[in-house]
Ligand binder design. Structure first.
Ligand code: C2O
Ligand code: CU
Ligand code: CU
Length: 442
């Protein structure tokens, strides 16, 4: 399905119904791209042409290139649906410096959350011309998803808790498998790209019996490696790690508890899950090349010309006696940005190509909301909570940042291409219930 003339990357993608066989021989109907969750690999400088076909019966869809600097009319916005049975070409370039761990998923108006939890998502790796990471470390994608399956093998409908908190599945999968095994040699270093491709699960992760070093974020490599004991990966975020396996036996990628402001009963078990098990041999392998001390430089975007403020709130309309009711399709629960619910026919903000902006995202709601901007990468300047301001530990390119309840996050960004861009909470049920806006770049 992929062909490569140097400098031109062409592929065909079809969104289509399929099955996954998960438990006890039950076939679960899902949606897939080309029957799978594909991993696309292209190079910086390539021109990309993707022929897309929507084979989902009765539903429009789009492909949104999450995090990628593609033109607005190629970015699968909700206002550019591909009808069921329809086709379109997505064409864009991959500029110098754009190498990173991107992904893609549908973005049709009102259907994004459901199409993603039913399975539609893929990985888009852009490789750099010169990679500072030793090739001996390999390059492994770990796509984290979660799945909920009823006893009859079907996927249950959303509950009220799913709409409030986002739909969190019961089984966390890595590349479609539960707790897959990975064989490594003692002393081996591996490059792992972790993707939180769930609708709504907060993943606070650590590696037991192995050492983690962050080398990259949503928008590619950071400036220098940073050793960490744990990390929080909220929906849509990615991290690139070097994991050093210096102890024989089992090394496990596990989860820790995280307080994300869960509303109501039914908080899923977030702690103590084993997502992946590495079996480390007890024979020491020949020494691997060291990780370079510097990876690349990330320039500052310079002084912002303007500041915009985005206030995130929740409105739980239909509540009378404290109980929730969802009256015959009349959804009262709303997730708002600056008091407004998403309207596809409204432009919320207007900006200019190339203008450096400071965005202040204030979460005045009771739960965390991972905030995402289309079409560009931003830099986090600071987090502020209860009067305490903290700068991030390193400079990085990001397209999604968790804004914890009660917190204000300041980011700096610039859009280099004209057209409408979405910004939204990446808990996809919140996006669907209105926590999204449109900024038109002119
Ligand atoms: Cu992955 Cu509009 O986002
Ligand atoms: Cu996006
Ligand atoms: Cu949210």
């Amino acid at each position: 399905n992929q062909s490569s003339v140097p400098g031109l990357f062409k592929a065909k993608l079809a969104a289509e119904p399929g099955f996954v066989r998960f438990a006890d021989g039950l076939d679960t109907p899902v949606l897939l791209y080309n029957g799978t969750n594909p991993v696309i690999e292209a190079n910086e400088g390539d021109k990309v042409e993707i022929n897309f076909e929507n084979r989902i019966p009765g539903e429009p869809t789009t492909i949104h290139w999450h995090g990628m600097p593609v033109p607005a009319d190629q970015d699968g916005n909700p206002m550019d649906p591909v009808a069921s049975g329809g086709e379109r070409l997505y064409a864009f370039g991959l500029p110098e410096g754009s190498a990173a761990s991107y992904w893609f998923h549908p973005h049709p108006h009102g259907l994004t959350a459901e199409q993603v939890y039913r399975g539609l998502a893929g990985i888009f790796l852009v490789k750099p011309k010169n990679d500072p990471i030793p090739p001996e470390y390999g390059d492994t994608v770990l796509m984290l998803t979660d799945l909920r399956i009823a006893p009859d093998g079907t996927m249950p409908e959303n509950t009220m808790a799913d709409l409030m908190n986002g739909r969190v599945g019961d089984h966390v999968l890595v590349n479609g498998q539960k707790n897959p095994a990975m064989a490594v040699a003692l002393g081996e270093k591996r490059r792992l790209r972790l993707y939180n491709a769930t609708n709504a699960r907060f993943l606070r992760l650590r590696f037991e019996n192995a050492d983690m070093t962050v080398i990259g974020t949503d928008g590619g490599l950071i400036e220098a490696p940073v050793a960490v004991n744990e990390l929080l990966l909220t929906p849509a975020e990615r991290v690139e790690l070097i994991v050093s396996f210096d102890k024989p036996g089992e090394a496990r990628l596990t989860t820790l508890d995280y307080e994300r402001g869960w509303m109501g009963p039914g908080k899923p078990n977030e702690a103590g899950l084993t997502l992946l098990t590495a079996n480390v041999s007890d024979e020491m392998m020949a020494a691997m090349p060291p990780l370079p001390a510097t990876l690349r430089s990330i320039e500052s975007l310079g002084a912002p010309a303007i500041t915009r403020r985005f206030v995130l709130t929740e409105s739980m309309g239909g509540m009378d006696d404290g109980s929730m009711s969802m009256s015959s399709g009349n959804m009262e629960m709303k997730f708002l940005i600056n008091g407004a619910s998403f309207d596809m026919n409204r432009i919320d903000e207007v900006s200019k190509v190339g203008q450096v902006e400071l965005w202040e995202i204030a979460n005045e709601a009771d739960m965390d909301h991972p905030f995402h901007v289309h079409g560009t990468q931003f830099q986090i300047i600071e987090h502020e909570k209860e009067g305490t301001v903290s700068a991030p530990p390193y400079r990085a390119w990001k397209d999604t940042v968790n804004v914890a309840a009660g917190e204000t996050v300041r980011i700096v960004l610039r859009q280099d291409l004209p057209g409408p861009r979405m910004y939204h909470c990446h808990i996809l049920e919140h996006e669907q219930l209105g926590m999204m806006g449109t900024i038109d770049i002119q």
